[in-house]
Design a protein around this ligand. Structure first.
Ligand code: 5GP
Length: 189
């Protein structure tokens, strides 16, 4: 199969993590692309599974070595990036990388691989619902909550640039829609 990439973007709190997990279970030809980042692991997160957790010095060294397809300071002082070696690792295994990344990163990868990338934007039904879900998740301070909400507001304006927009109102329905989108893209020669 020709190399392809599926890129999923969503403001945090839109249910993306659950949807991505379900998609990966349903489509064994997809493999999660593990990003690199400089934030600290959250409880339960594992290095080289959820992210490659690097300190800033190592991350900057990788930037200098041109190791990233894209990288970005997503939050003040916190770098995130997609390693070329990670995409290649997945292609070499005969699978398609599923890249879960923010808007700027998604558009940067799409522009790098325009003919093989499929971009999906996942939205919560509203910003109020997004805030409610983030508060419920309980991982944010008041400061980081507001940071994520304002980033979400700004990200929503980019949704029309994606191949598909998926509104996650009912998780099971959205899951089915997402799996169908991915399968259709993977089926095209
Ligand atoms: P979190 O800290 O909640 O895991 O992720 C914060 C944000 O960074 C999310 O919007 C996530 O999609 C984004 N992100 C994760 N990996 C990458 C990456 O490789 N590159 C970029 N540009 N953003 C990423």
């Amino acid at each position: 199969m020709a190399n392809k990439i599926i890129i999923i973007t969503a403001p945090s709190g839109s249910g993306k993590t659950t949807l991505v997990k379900r998609l990966l279970t349903a489509c064994p030809n997809l493999s999660f692309s593990i990003s690199a980042c400089t934030r600290s692991p959250r409880s339960g997160e594992i290095n080289a599974k959820d992210y490659y957790f690097f300190d800033e010095q190592k991350f900057r060294q990788l930037i200098d070595e041109d190791a990233f397809v894209e990288w970005e300071m997503v939050y003040p002082g916190k770098y995130y990036g997609t390693l070329r070696s990670e995409l290649q690792r997945i292609w070499d295994s005969g699978k398609t990388p599923l890249v879960d990344i923010d808007v700027q990163g998604a558009l940067a990868i799409r522009d790098r691989y325009p003919s093989i990338a499929f971009t999906i934007f996942i939205e919560a039904p509203s910003l109020e619902e997004l805030r409610r879900r983030l508060v419920h998740r309980g991982t944010e301070t008041e400061f980081s909550l507001n940071e994520r909400i304002s980033k979400a507001e700004q990200e929503l304006t980019f949704a029309p640039q994606f191949d598909r927009i998926l509104i996650n109102e009912h998780l099971n329905i959205a899951t089915g829609e997402l799996i169908t989108m991915a399968e259709q893209f993977l089926a095209v020669e």
